[in-house]
Design a protein around this ligand. Structure first.
Ligand SMILES: Cc1ncc(COP(=O)(O)O)c(C=O)c1O
Length: 287
């Protein structure tokens, strides 16, 4: 079946869907994005993603192109036209089209809006999670506002490519103090040697993952001991468990870091349980 994309008010076949060459997204990576998981054609963690989108736009002073209700209709319609039941829907909003000049274009320049959707092979994702994935580490070379979900993802793309070239699924980014910030496109977690569930606190140097926030609540409800505190790569290698979270990966266990096996090299019980509970809750609350 051919894929359909939404671009600025129109639905078009992927091959014909296009934006202008002077779009600020293309010229300057001057735009933001969001990714929702879809279950049964409904949006998972919808509020969290819309809230973060509003914040990203506001931090960059990009005017919201339409109301949340209107955007939701576009996301759902894109899922429907692509016959995506379980999958992801991607939204990008840029500052729009203007003659190339670093400074912002004049007020009232309409933002560009693009939406695409694709199916996720749930069985394949489950099989991957059951085996666990390998991560590698890379220096964190990103800018100082990683809390904004911008499309300026070159350092993330380079880190992910380095991971792929070394047989890894994800790259964990390491700051100047030797502490893990997050993954190239995921948040990073461990169950440390003392059994404490740890993920980095959210400053400007990581993205406040919507899956991360949902999972912290689930873990708190289970009365798991949690600390939002950075961990070193040595702590991660000596951890009982490690895993990553993202809208497109849910909770995916990590069994190897830079070639070092985590614990016995098997997927751990905490990650397995949190994955099942997260998916169950996300399906139940999808709208
Ligand atoms: C750098 C980074 N960190 C974390 C995440 C996870 O965020 P979420 O759970 O909202 O998908 C993403 C997702 O794209 C990301 O790009």
């Amino acid at each position: 079946m051919s894929r359909i994309a939404y671009v600025n008010g129109r639905y078009a076949p992927h091959g014909q869907a296009a934006v202008h060459i002077e779009d600020r997204g293309f010229q300057f990576a001057d735009g933001v994005y969001e990714v929702w998981a879809a279950f049964g054609g409904r949006l998972a963690d919808s509020d969290g993603h819309f809230e973060r989108l509003a914040r990203s736009l506001s931090e960059l002073q990009i005017d919201p192109p339409m109301t949340r209700a209107a955007l939701e209709r576009v996301l759902r319609e894109t899922l429907r036209r692509n016959r995506v039941w379980d999958g992801i829907v991607y939204l990008q909003i840029t500052r729009g089209v203007a003659r190339r000049d670093h400074a912002f274009p004049q007020a009232g320049t309409p933002p560009t809006v693009v939406v695409t959707a694709r199916t996720i092979d749930f069985a394949a994702a489950e099989a991957k999670a059951a085996k666990g994935v390998a991560v590698i580490t890379q220096p964190d070379q990103r800018w100082g506002r990683c809390d904004i979900k911008t499309v300026a993802l070159l350092p993330n793309a380079l880190a992910k490519q380095a991971a792929r070239e070394r047989g890894g699924y994800e790259a964990w980014l390491i700051d100047a103090d030797g502490l893990v910030t997050e993954g190239a496109s995921t948040n990073a977690w461990i169950v440390d040697a003392d059994g404490v569930l740890r993920t980095r606190d959210t400053g400007a140097n990581i993205l406040r993952g919507v899956t991360r926030t949902a999972l912290l609540q689930i873990a708190a409800d289970l009365q798991i001991s949690i600390e939002e505190r950075p961990f070193s790569i040595a702590e991660a290698k000596g951890a009982r468990e490690a895993f990553i979270t993202a809208a497109s990966a849910f909770v995916t266990p990590v069994v190897k870091i830079d070639g070092v096996q985590i614990a016995d090299g098997q997927v751990g019980p905490v990650a397995t349980r949190l994955r099942a509970l997260y998916i169950e809750a996300a399906k139940r609350t999808a709208v």
